[in-house]
Write a protein that binds this ligand. Structure first.
Ligand code: ACM
Length: 494
């Protein structure tokens, strides 16, 4: 059986790929996924078998095995090897066996994402030609932030987002759960937040919110696919939805009007009001309680009507509440102007702002997450003709989202202070999953590669040729996407 004439088109590019000679491994009714017996491995084995069943139209079974049990012909064997780095994996395909070995279940998930990309349609089923892949990410945090506050995107939409992230080895879904226009997570200690501010959205469009059960189900769905959820409650600005729900948070004691415009910077908490600190403790305590992951995001951006000292007090109150609930703090870049505990994650976004406080915070032990507006803000228009999106950070074509290096973007950062890369998608103009996907694809694939692949292995022309092979996959999944003119999408998939 000849090897296919078209190349593999893996995104993100692995560190090492060696295509080898030989007949392909063909997925058939006797293909079996074998996996160890830890709960995380069992869950992965089931997902892998489901995915193989779906692509091949046959039923692929799962078998649990002891460590010592040898593989058998036809197996897709998944194995954790504790001597490897957690997210490192090796994928070996030979004619009668597929082996994925990784340092952890998360690493296995990454290996399975690669396996999915090496499978090709073949005689009514799918097959993988012999290949050896040895791979490991550069950055531990490979995120996407989704604004569910300006317009609400519920569990069904976010499950589609999680599947897409997992396919590109992205592992953090950051949810912007509150803003001036709406509050999207019901919290037991503060029921009026969702009750009074859950139903609103930009332009008077329908809102919505997660019950804690729905939220926990989404978190579990994501976790099973190697994606951690980081919830954000944005304070001390972007809080009109909270002020509309609880008048005690305003100086007059009266709730504010609901807000459905898209201006920023006008709403704020007040450090001296007696209700403020209890509010922050309750809210961040409840959010932490539905967050199995390590991190909770306190926002901190665009507080345009507050003295520095009060801002710093409010950031400290929110951070203390997060830490008291056992979680680590993430905040937008502006929090770097306040005293921070070492280890705080600071998210860089506004390339117009003086980076000196960010550099100083990093030198004092903060970790940096890179989301430069001009590269990673995937709600920016592709060009002047893009119907959706905003343009305050410029236009971001696919190549702009691809050609940048997170560790050298801000001069003077200490070695090792960048923990990762996060794309964002703000939803002032985005109302549907098709709108969301049109902005994410193909650019999310570009940012995923910036986050995963060493810079020496990244090359625009090479990426453009590889990503072209992904259009048919997005079409098959029913995902809307933007056919960037920078790519020749007319590929023969062989
Ligand atoms: C932001 O874009 N305001 C973080």
């Amino acid at each position: 059986m000849p090897a296919p004439s078209t190349p593999l088109r893996l995104v993100p590019a692995p560190r090492l790929v060696e295509e080898r000679a030989g007949a392909p491994f063909v997925v058939t009714a006797s293909t079996t996924v074998t996996v160890g017996t830890s709960p995380a491995e069992v869950s992965l084995g089931v997902l892998a078998a489901e995915a193989l069943s779906r692509v091949s139209g046959t039923t692929v079974e799962v078998r649990y095995r002891d460590v010592a049990e040898p593989t058998q012909p036809g197996d897709v064997a998944l194995r954790v090897d504790g001597s490897m780095a957690a997210e490192a994996y090796r994928l070996d395909v030979v004619t009668d066996l597929v082996e994925v070995v990784a340092g952890s279940p998360d690493g296995l998930m990454c290996g399975l994402a690669t396996l999915h990309q090496v499978l090709r349609p073949h005689e009514g089923t799918f097959a993988a030609w012999p290949v050896h892949v040895d791979d490991e990410p550069v950055h531990a945090w490979r995120g996407l932030s989704v604004d569910v506050a300006r317009h609400f995107f519920g569990p069904d939409d976010l499950r589609v987002v999680v599947q897409l992230m997992s396919a590109y080895k992205m592992n953090v879904l950051h949810l912007h759960l509150s803003d001036d226009q709406g509050w999207r997570l019901d919290l037991p200690s503060r029921p009026e937040l969702a009750a009074r501010s859950g139903g609103t959205a930009v332009d008077g469009d329908p809102g919505g919110w997660f019950t804690t059960e729905e939220f926990s189900a989404l978190v579990a769905y994501a976790q099973a696919r190697g994606v951690r959820v980081v919830p954000e409650i944005d304070v001390p600005g972007h809080v009109n939805a909270a002020l509309h729900a609880y008048g005690e948070l305003t100086p007059s004691g009266e709730p504010t009007e609901a807000y459905t415009g898209i201006e920023v910077g006008f709403s704020r908490l007040h450090a001296d009001l007696p209700a403020t600190e209890p509010f922050l403790r309750d809210v961040f305590g409840d959010v932490a309680a539905v967050t199995p992951g390590e991190y909770v995001h306190i926002g901190g951006d665009e507080v345009l009507t507050m003295e520095r000292e009060e801002y710093a007090r409010l950031v400290a109150m929110a951070s203390d509440a997060v830490r008291a609930a056992g979680k680590q703090v993430v905040g937008w870049q502006e929090i770097a102007t306040t005293p921070l505990e070492p280890g705080t994650v600071v998210q860089y976004w506004d390339t117009r702002m003086d980076p000196a406080p960010l550099v100083a915070a990093a030198k004092a032990g903060a970790r940096l997450l890179m989301s430069p507006g001009s590269r990673a803000y995937l709600d920016m228009k592709y060009d002047a003709d893009t119907a959706l999106g905003l343009e305050w950070a410029g236009h971001i074509e696919l190549r702009d989202a691809y050609e940048w290096e997170p560790t050298t973007l801000v001069p003077g950062l200490p070695e090792g202070s960048v923990i990762g890369v996060e794309a964002t998608v703000w939803t002032e103009t985005l109302r549907s999953i098709d709108d969301l996907m049109t902005m994410l694809l193909p650019r999310l694939a570009a940012v995923a590669e910036v986050a995963w692949t060493p810079k020496e292995r990244r090359d625009w022309d090479d990426f453009a040729a590889r990503v072209a092979g992904h259009g048919p996959y997005w079409d098959a999944e029913g995902l809307a996407w933007y056919p960037s003119p920078q790519v020749d999408w007319h590929v023969d998939l062989g």
